[in-house]
Write a protein that binds this ligand. Structure first.
Ligand code: NI
Length: 190
Protein backbone atom coordinates (compact mmCIF):
# COMPACT_ATOMS: atom_id res chain seq x y z
CA UNK A 1 0.00 0.00 0.00
CA UNK A 2 1.30 3.44 -0.88
CA UNK A 3 1.47 5.66 2.20
CA UNK A 4 1.29 9.47 2.12
CA UNK A 5 4.69 11.10 2.69
CA UNK A 6 4.56 13.92 5.22
CA UNK A 7 5.86 17.27 4.05
CA UNK A 8 8.24 19.72 5.71
CA UNK A 9 6.69 21.25 8.82
CA UNK A 10 5.01 18.04 9.99
CA UNK A 11 5.75 17.49 13.71
CA UNK A 12 6.77 13.82 13.28
CA UNK A 13 9.74 14.93 11.14
CA UNK A 14 11.10 16.85 14.16
CA UNK A 15 10.93 13.99 16.70
CA UNK A 16 13.80 11.74 17.75
CA UNK A 17 12.37 8.34 16.80
CA UNK A 18 12.30 5.33 19.14
CA UNK A 19 13.90 1.90 18.85
CA UNK A 20 11.43 -0.94 18.24
CA UNK A 21 11.27 -4.57 19.34
CA UNK A 22 10.71 -7.60 17.05
CA UNK A 23 7.05 -7.73 18.11
CA UNK A 24 6.31 -4.25 16.73
CA UNK A 25 2.85 -4.70 15.17
CA UNK A 26 2.66 -5.36 11.41
CA UNK A 27 6.35 -4.59 10.92
CA UNK A 28 6.67 -6.62 7.72
CA UNK A 29 3.66 -4.87 6.22
CA UNK A 30 5.09 -1.47 7.16
CA UNK A 31 8.44 -2.32 5.55
CA UNK A 32 6.71 -3.56 2.37
CA UNK A 33 4.60 -0.39 2.29
CA UNK A 34 7.69 1.77 2.72
CA UNK A 35 9.43 0.09 -0.24
CA UNK A 36 6.34 0.56 -2.38
CA UNK A 37 5.97 4.20 -1.30
CA UNK A 38 9.64 4.93 -1.94
CA UNK A 39 9.67 3.36 -5.41
CA UNK A 40 6.44 5.13 -6.38
CA UNK A 41 8.11 8.45 -5.49
CA UNK A 42 11.39 7.52 -7.27
CA UNK A 43 13.34 7.83 -4.02
CA UNK A 44 16.52 5.99 -3.02
CA UNK A 45 15.69 6.10 0.69
CA UNK A 46 12.70 6.50 2.97
CA UNK A 47 12.56 6.81 6.77
CA UNK A 48 9.59 5.83 8.93
CA UNK A 49 9.05 9.41 10.26
CA UNK A 50 8.34 10.40 6.63
CA UNK A 51 5.28 8.14 6.73
CA UNK A 52 4.34 9.53 10.15
CA UNK A 53 5.79 6.70 12.28
CA UNK A 54 8.27 7.89 14.89
CA UNK A 55 10.36 4.69 14.94
CA UNK A 56 14.00 4.00 14.08
CA UNK A 57 13.44 2.35 10.71
CA UNK A 58 14.63 3.35 7.27
CA UNK A 59 15.05 1.63 3.92
CA UNK A 60 17.60 2.33 1.18
CA UNK A 61 17.87 1.10 -2.40
CA UNK A 62 20.84 2.95 -3.88
CA UNK A 63 20.83 1.05 -7.19
CA UNK A 64 19.63 4.06 -9.27
CA UNK A 65 23.16 5.47 -8.69
CA UNK A 66 24.69 2.26 -10.08
CA UNK A 67 25.96 3.79 -13.31
CA UNK A 68 27.99 6.50 -11.60
CA UNK A 69 28.84 4.62 -8.40
CA UNK A 70 29.26 0.84 -8.98
CA UNK A 71 29.21 0.04 -5.23
CA UNK A 72 25.53 1.07 -5.13
CA UNK A 73 24.39 -1.35 -7.85
CA UNK A 74 23.09 -4.00 -5.44
CA UNK A 75 22.79 -1.94 -2.27
CA UNK A 76 19.31 -2.57 -0.88
CA UNK A 77 18.90 -2.71 2.89
CA UNK A 78 16.50 -2.26 5.78
CA UNK A 79 17.97 -0.48 8.83
CA UNK A 80 16.19 -0.91 12.18
CA UNK A 81 17.29 0.64 15.50
CA UNK A 82 20.28 2.17 13.74
CA UNK A 83 22.90 4.10 15.67
CA UNK A 84 25.84 5.76 13.94
CA UNK A 85 28.77 5.09 16.25
CA UNK A 86 31.40 7.23 14.49
CA UNK A 87 31.89 9.60 11.57
CA UNK A 88 35.25 10.68 10.18
CA UNK A 89 37.13 12.36 7.37
CA UNK A 90 36.94 15.86 5.99
CA UNK A 91 33.53 17.43 5.42
CA UNK A 92 32.48 17.46 1.76
CA UNK A 93 29.46 19.04 0.06
CA UNK A 94 27.06 17.25 -2.25
CA UNK A 95 23.57 17.95 -3.59
CA UNK A 96 20.77 16.38 -1.57
CA UNK A 97 17.05 16.27 -2.00
CA UNK A 98 14.32 14.70 0.12
CA UNK A 99 10.86 13.27 -0.58
CA UNK A 100 9.51 15.44 2.26
CA UNK A 101 10.89 18.56 0.52
CA UNK A 102 9.68 18.21 -3.08
CA UNK A 103 11.21 20.47 -5.71
CA UNK A 104 14.31 21.38 -3.70
CA UNK A 105 17.96 20.40 -3.98
CA UNK A 106 20.71 21.93 -1.84
CA UNK A 107 24.39 21.30 -1.17
CA UNK A 108 24.91 19.70 2.24
CA UNK A 109 28.24 19.21 4.00
CA UNK A 110 28.83 15.84 5.65
CA UNK A 111 31.77 13.73 6.84
CA UNK A 112 32.57 11.03 4.26
CA UNK A 113 32.96 7.89 6.45
CA UNK A 114 30.84 6.30 9.12
CA UNK A 115 30.33 3.23 11.26
CA UNK A 116 26.77 2.14 11.96
CA UNK A 117 25.17 -0.53 14.14
CA UNK A 118 21.66 -1.73 13.36
CA UNK A 119 19.45 -4.79 13.04
CA UNK A 120 17.99 -5.91 9.74
CA UNK A 121 14.38 -6.96 9.05
CA UNK A 122 15.09 -10.32 10.78
CA UNK A 123 16.54 -8.49 13.82
CA UNK A 124 20.02 -9.82 13.00
CA UNK A 125 22.60 -7.34 14.32
CA UNK A 126 25.18 -5.71 12.03
CA UNK A 127 28.03 -3.26 12.47
CA UNK A 128 29.32 -1.91 9.17
CA UNK A 129 31.43 0.92 7.80
CA UNK A 130 30.56 2.95 4.73
CA UNK A 131 31.94 5.84 2.76
CA UNK A 132 31.10 7.92 -0.28
CA UNK A 133 27.62 7.98 -1.74
CA UNK A 134 26.28 5.14 0.43
CA UNK A 135 27.49 6.85 3.61
CA UNK A 136 25.77 10.03 2.47
CA UNK A 137 22.43 8.30 1.81
CA UNK A 138 22.65 6.56 5.20
CA UNK A 139 23.44 9.89 6.94
CA UNK A 140 20.45 11.56 5.25
CA UNK A 141 18.04 8.76 6.28
CA UNK A 142 19.62 8.48 9.72
CA UNK A 143 19.03 12.20 10.26
CA UNK A 144 15.31 11.55 9.72
CA UNK A 145 15.16 9.11 12.65
CA UNK A 146 16.92 11.74 14.78
CA UNK A 147 14.37 14.40 13.83
CA UNK A 148 16.76 16.27 11.50
CA UNK A 149 16.22 17.36 7.88
CA UNK A 150 19.00 18.36 5.50
CA UNK A 151 17.73 21.95 5.54
CA UNK A 152 18.51 22.04 9.28
CA UNK A 153 22.16 21.60 8.28
CA UNK A 154 22.26 24.65 5.98
CA UNK A 155 23.62 28.05 7.00
CA UNK A 156 21.23 30.55 8.61
CA UNK A 157 21.65 32.76 5.57
CA UNK A 158 20.58 29.94 3.25
CA UNK A 159 17.64 29.10 5.53
CA UNK A 160 16.39 32.69 5.28
CA UNK A 161 16.63 32.54 1.48
CA UNK A 162 14.62 29.31 1.45
CA UNK A 163 11.91 30.45 3.86
CA UNK A 164 9.26 31.11 1.21
CA UNK A 165 9.94 27.84 -0.56
CA UNK A 166 9.69 25.90 2.69
CA UNK A 167 6.42 27.60 3.54
CA UNK A 168 5.06 26.65 0.10
CA UNK A 169 6.00 23.03 0.78
CA UNK A 170 4.28 23.04 4.20
CA UNK A 171 1.10 24.52 2.77
CA UNK A 172 1.04 22.22 -0.26
CA UNK A 173 1.68 25.02 -2.73
CA UNK A 174 4.04 22.77 -4.67
CA UNK A 175 3.87 20.38 -7.60
CA UNK A 176 4.47 16.80 -6.61
CA UNK A 177 3.77 13.52 -8.42
CA UNK A 178 3.30 11.34 -5.30
CA UNK A 179 0.88 11.25 -2.39
CA UNK A 180 1.73 13.69 0.43
CA UNK A 181 0.33 15.12 3.65
CA UNK A 182 0.88 18.88 3.97
CA UNK A 183 0.82 20.06 7.60
CA UNK A 184 -0.31 23.62 6.90
CA UNK A 185 -2.74 22.97 4.04
CA UNK A 186 -6.01 24.79 4.75
CA UNK A 187 -8.83 22.35 5.43
CA UNK A 188 -11.38 24.29 3.46
CA UNK A 189 -10.25 25.41 0.05
CA UNK A 190 -12.35 27.74 -2.08
NI1 NI B 1 14.80 12.74 3.25
Amino acid sequence: MILPIVAYGHPTLKKVAEDISPDYPELNTLIADMWETMYEANGVGLAAPQVNKSIRLFVIDASPYGEDFPETADFKKVFINAHITSESGESAEMDESCLSLPGMTEKVGRLPKLEISYVDENFEPHTETYEGIIARIIQHEYDHIDGVLYVDRLSNFKKILLKGKLRDISTGNVEVAYKMTFPLRARIRR
